[in-house]
Design a protein around this ligand. Structure first.
Ligand SMILES: NC(=O)c1ccc[n+]([C@@H]2O[C@H](COP(=O)([O-])OP(=O)(O)OC[C@H]3O[C@@H](n4cnc5c(N)ncnc54)[C@H](O)[C@@H]3O)[C@@H](O)[C@H]2O)c1
Length: 379
């Protein structure tokens, strides 16, 4: 099938960006939301983003105008899907709402239309089962902001056909992004499975090992090659997103995450991070502010606990055939901004030391920490 027409359902934080990158690649895009006002706001944001690209001379004014003209905002669902070949669903992360949307879509869209969900955490197989075409339903996980982030995770559900997976990967490449295939529909897919549990483990490190937040963050930045500290990254992501991902992942698999009560508490207290002015750190305004971290502070902290946690989850993904080391490193580099491969960091710390650390943690705090067989075999 030669893909030309795409409908994006939901024009919020992610939807308007996905519409923009699709139109930039030459697709005819229909952007659908439930109220005209939401669409007006989304189109304004797209215009602003394109104007910025024009002022930076990344595109010409004419190119900006024709990209904008390729996006048609529509409220009526039947009209929005009538010519669609691929529908990218970007509605809020609420399973009941998604199920309602898919049931409606299944009736409205033609039988050959592909449904791709941008969900961060919900099971693709369960979403697909609410339609009569589970072989044509797939996960397509863009990162925020879609205009800038290169990674897109592609997640086939249990019944997704290989042709649809290949076509989705081609679409991702066509919008100049890098697809990383998460071969199984596992909780958290790849990047969230690596990242979200680390935030909780960093909280446990403060409790158990007495390190300060800035010492841990400095070690994460200067010793593990993250672009910023883990608490900083949590504040940047938002505690609402982290809380939701935590709940969904833990609901499906107790082995993926050991929730620390701080996240739930911060979420309930509306300490959402950068966006609310306070998260782990305080921020003076809503502009992106960096925390002061240093190599000196990094020297005070041994982050082996965090290296052990991220590698154990990475190893789980390989052992359970959701990915392989090369693809995982690609996802971590593009999705988390890691400057150094995870397994290289692991070798610097010593895989044997990491396995020992995990066994020590498991003996003291429970089986959640027990090392994956892959790590044991790599010692
Ligand atoms: N925000 C992020 O950082 C991020 C990153 C990756 C993935 N995601 C995922 O993307 C999805 C959307 O997240 P978001 O942050 O863009 O949410 P958002 O709340 O900013 O936008 C969702 C939009 O969907 C609209 N909507 C609701 N019902 C609809 C319907 N029936 N048809 C069409 N539109 C409808 C809402 O009016 C809203 O404009 C979620 O599944 C989320 O997990 C979000």
């Amino acid at each position: 099938m030669s893909l030309k027409n795409i409908t994006v359902l939901g024009s919020g934080v992610m939807g308007h960006g996905i519409a923009q990158v699709s139109a930039t690649a030459g697709y005819n895009v229909v952007l659908r939301d439930i109220e005209q006002g939401f669409l007006d706001r989304a189109m304004e944001k797209i215009r602003w983003s394109l104007d910025k690209l024009v002022s930076k001379e990344k595109i010409t004014k004419d190119e900006g105008d024709s990209i904008f003209a390729r996006i048609k905002p529509v409220v009526d669902l039947s009209e929005a899907v009538k010519d669609a070949q691929l529908i990218i669903e970007v509605v809020p992360e609420i399973m009941d709402l998604k199920k309602k949307v898919y049931a409606e879509l299944d009736k409205t869209a033609g039988p050959n239309v592909i449904f791709a969900s941008n969900t961060s955490t919900l099971p693709i197989t369960e979403i697909a089962s609410t339609t009569t075409r589970p072989e044509k339903v797939i996960g397509i996980h863009f990162f925020n902001p879609p205009q800038l982030m290169k990674l897109v995770e592609v997640i086939p559900g249990e019944k997704t056909s290989p042709e649809i997976t290949a076509l989705t990967e081609d679409y991702v490449r066509s919008v100049k992004k890098t697809p990383v295939l998460c071969r199984r529909d596992v909780p958290g897919f790849i990047v969230n499975r690596l990242f979200i549990p680390m935030v909780h483990e960093a909280c446990y490190m403060m409790d158990r090992e007495g390190y300060s937040m800035t010492e841990i963050d400095s070690a994460v930045k200067f010793k593990l090659g993250f672009p910023m500290g883990i608490f900083e990254l949590a504040d940047f992501t938002g505690m609402d997103v982290i809380h939701k991902a935590t709940t969904e992942m833990h609901l499906r698999d107790k082995k993926v995450i050991n929730p620390h009560p701080t996240i739930e508490k911060m979420y309930n207290e509306k300490k959402l991070g950068q966006k609310s002015g306070e998260g782990f750190y305080k921020y003076s305004d809503d502009k992106y502010e960096r925390v002061l971290l240093s190599e000196e502070m990094a020297e005070k902290c041994n982050p082996i606990h965090l290296v052990a946690n991220i590698l154990n989850n990475a190893a789980w993904l390989v052992t359970n055939k959701a990915s392989d080391i090369e693809e995982l490193e690609k996802a971590a580099s593009l999705g988390l901004g890691l400057k150094k491969p995870m397994f290289e960091t692991g070798k610097e710390f010593g895989i044997r030391n990491i396995v020992n650390e995990l066994n020590k943690l498991a003996d003291k705090y429970g089986e959640f920490y027990r090392p994956d067989p892959l790590l044991i075999s790599m010692q």
